[in-house]
Design a protein around this ligand. Structure first.
Ligand SMILES: [Zn+2]
Length: 510
């Protein structure tokens, strides 16, 4: 004790005696409903105990572009659609996955990431260049000659080689960047079929679709579900669901037929009826439900051939994968949260996020959570904001208030994107090739529009035909073995390292 405390010690102890500590239940706010609810929440926080067992299974959920404002807005959207208080509503993954961290998503060459290096970071443990998948920083973007020897190994490849079951699900094309990172190694994320390969690359660098079918690990993925049929079919073959459309491949290969020839115990399905009829003893399941990306959740019921929901795909995958006694590794990507944001269309981004949350609930109900590490995160953020001072229970897709121009403004909006409108005044000189979208107009008054319509595009500041990603951190949620390692602010590629540690793939467990 220093001299100051010695000198004042007497008066401090007098103070302590004369001011008895009030127990919480004696406080004037003791019966306040928020106070009581927070005490219950505190008890839940205290009860959460680290699980240091070995993970038999890992499920990695990725909400592509699911920024933190997307999560907050989706929580309110879900609650309001259910007719309960939106602000205090809790998404399934918020309740079921108690351990959280912030993920730093910058890449080897960029402050703001695309989905290719971020998925690589999550499943292979390294940071790499934007636009590249399953390769290290040593490659040059879109340069096939730099690819060989610079491949990295994904946790799916490790698991398949170790005799575990593996699965990959995406509502985007299965050859799109995020799912591709589980199996593909490419200097160019756009090389989804051979038709996209640059000059001179044919025969040297395999396209992404062919890498999936010819994946040289174990007996291949037990479950592959998503969109993107065209990249697996020749440009001379008509699509089953859209007979007026052809496949994309120039090399004449029918990769779906090649997949079927490799997997005598397998089933290929492309519509909901076939999906629902998949035999429980099916050894390998390959489902491609669209020519390109699957439908947004908001549009799914209108699909020509019928599509399963992301929750239904997740449950089916777990049913098939969990027959392997060694365990499984599964990625489930909600790939179109990102696409809705790029379109400046908040409603579809939120409804796809809610569908992802339902998939997490379905997975949790299906597995033994004690032996299953469940992780949910996003690959990168978007320039999507939650603004103003809207009152409690204001519709999340509604008007937040009145701006200085006397017009309304929406709670949700974008820093850039197709919803951009500028100001009255002199007609500017537009660049050559500028479209109507980039033509500057007077800002319409959202108060006179139906901003809650599913097709409404939120206003944006800077005109861009495709709204952009953002560089702010995203959230990681986890439960199960070693899920508690997700705390604080971590590099995105640490996600791989926690998953590998939990499964003993780091050599720490046999
Ligand atoms: Zn994107």
């Amino acid at each position: 004790m220093n001299r100051f405390f010695r000198a004042t010690g007497a008066s401090l102890s007098v103070l302590a005696l004369s001011a008895p500590v009030l127990a919480q239940d004696a406080l004037p706010q003791a019966n306040d409903s928020y106070f009581v609810a927070a005490q219950a929440e505190l008890a839940t926080l205290i009860a959460a105990q680290p699980n240091t067992g070995k993970a038999k299974n890992i499920i990695l959920f990725v909400g592509d572009g699911m920024s933190i404002p997307t999560i907050t807005a989706s929580r309110i959207y879900e609650g309001q659609n259910k007719g309960v208080d939106g602000e205090s509503n809790v998404l399934a993954f918020e309740k079921l996955l108690p351990w959280t961290a912030l993920s730093k998503t910058y890449t080897h060459d960029s402050q703001v990431a695309d989905s290719a290096p971020t998925a690589t970071a999550m499943v292979s443990g390294v940071k790499s260049l934007n636009g590249t998948i399953g390769v290290s920083q040593k490659v040059t973007l879109n340069d096939c000659s730099t690819q060989a020897g610079n491949e990295v190994t994904s946790i799916f490849e490790q698991a398949e080689d170790a005799g575990l079951a593996t699965g990959v699900i995406s509502t985007a094309r299965i050859t799109h960047a995020t799912p591709a990172a589980t199996y593909a190694h490419t200097a160019g994320r756009d090389w989804e079929s051979d038709a996209n390969l640059p000059e001179g690359a044919a025969g040297k660098c395999a396209d992404i679709a062919s890498q999936l079918v010819n994946w040289p690990h174990g007996d291949g993925f037990e479950v592959v579900l998503g969109g993107g049929r065209s990249n697996f079919l020749p440009n001379t073959v008509a699509d089953a669901e859209y007979p007026e459309k052809m496949g994309a491949r120039k090399d004449g290969k029918d990769l779906i037929a090649e997949w079927q020839a490799k997997h005598n115990d397998g089933e290929f399905v492309w519509n909901l009826e076939q999906f629902n009829a998949v035999k429980p003893e099916t050894g390998h399941l390959f489902g491609l439900f669209e020519q390109s990306h699957m439908q947004y959740e908001a549009d799914r019921s209108n699909d020509a051939g019928g599509e399963p929901s992301i929750a239904e795909m997740t449950v089916k995958a777990i049913d098939l994968l969990s027959r392997n006694d060694k365990g499984f590794v599964l990625m489930v990507e909600s790939g179109r949260i990102d696409h809705a944001h790029h379109a400046g269309n908040a409603a579809r981004a939120l409804s796809d996020t809610v569908a992802l949350s339902e998939a997490v609930q379905a997975a949790y109900d299906k597995v033994n959570p004690e032996e299953t590490l469940i992780v949910l995160t996003a690959d990168h953020s978007h320039v999507f904001g939650f603004a103003g001072y809207p009152g409690r229970n204001n519709p999340i897709l509604g008007i937040a208030g009145t701006a200085d121009d006397g017009k309304g403004y929406t709670t949700l909006g974008y820093l850039n994107g197709p919803g951009a409108v500028l100001y009255a005044g002199e007609e500017p000189t537009l660049p050559e090739g500028a479209t109507e979208k980039t033509k500057l107009t007077v800002r319409p008054d959202p108060a006179h529009e139906d901003t809650t319509d599913i097709d409404y595009l939120q206003q944006a500041l800077v005109p861009m035909s495709s709204e952009s990603h953002a560089g702010d951190d995203v959230a990681i949620f986890a439960q199960g073995p070693w899920g508690h390692l997700f705390h604080g602010v971590v590099e995105q590629n640490v996600i791989y390292h926690v998953m590998a540690k939990a499964m003993g793939l780091d050599g720490s467990a046999k």
